[in-house]
Design a protein around this ligand. Structure first.
Ligand SMILES: C[S@@+](CC[C@H](N)C(=O)[O-])C[C@H]1O[C@@H](n2cnc3c(N)ncnc32)[C@H](O)[C@@H]1O
Length: 196
């Protein structure tokens, strides 16, 4: 028997109703809104926090992750079993196609112009983000949207120290925007939404 589907946003903290991960409640709500009725490509799923947030509203989510973590997570990370458990537990298993693969193979395995929403949250180095944005652009349906997590431009402290948590994500998004017809149309916490 399926576990009961948890209620979303009925005054409970978001971590009670989504798997653990890094998305804030506002970011999760944004993804749910953007995903509504869409075929979604997610690059980087971890334990499924963003996957579940989108699958609740999407037509269907295609999740792409090799489930070995990124360099910043350490060498021994394996998230596939926990991810599959969470899809079951949060009642969205049938709404998600799970592709355990490296994102570098996306263009080989998927047809162009498929997805209404592409969510980019895989590798956070300049090369990976640039590659995933390029793939997302090619695989996106006309009029589609790309959302990128961890877009947090630099802040300058009072002592003049300039920091950005993910400078290479910011650099890759800015470079993509400068060279394409896309612009940042919306920002919610650290998600940048790109539209043509
Ligand atoms: C920051 S986590 C994703 C967090 C997730 N979106 C959430 O809301 O909790 C990044 C994920 O990207 C995956 N990843 C990193 N590089 C990848 C690559 N080249 N191909 C496929 N997955 C990759 C890692 O395995 C990891 O699960």
């Amino acid at each position: 028997m399926k576990p009961p589907r948890p209620n979303y946003d009925h005054g409970r903290p978001v971590q009670d109703v989504l798997p653990s991960g890094w998305l804030t409640a506002e970011e999760a709500k944004l993804l749910t809104r953007l995903a509504e009725g869409q075929l979604v490509l997610e690059i980087g799923s971890w334990l499924g926090r963003s996957t579940v947030a989108m699958a609740r509203a999407a037509f269907h989510v295609v999740s792409v992750d090799h489930h070995r973590g990124s360099p910043e997570h350490g060498p021994q990370v394996r998230t596939l079993a926990g991810f599959l458990d969470n899809l079951e537990q949060f009642g969205v298993r049938e709404g998600v196609s799970v592709c355990v693969m490296d994102a570098s193979h996306l263009i080989t395995f998927f047809k162009p112009s498929l997805f209404g929403l592409v969510f980019v949250d895989g590798g956070h180095d300049f090369g990976s983000v640039s590659r995933d944005l390029a793939a997302g652009f090619e695989l996106m349906a006309p009029g589609g949207v790309i959302a990128v997590h961890d877009y947090r431009p630099s802040t300058t402290s009072r002592s003049g120290v300039v920091t950005s948590s993910w400078p290479q994500v910011v650099a890759a998004v800015d470079n993509f925007v400068a060279r394409s017809v896309f612009a940042i149309s919306e920002r919610v916490v650290d998600i940048a939404v790109l539209r043509a």
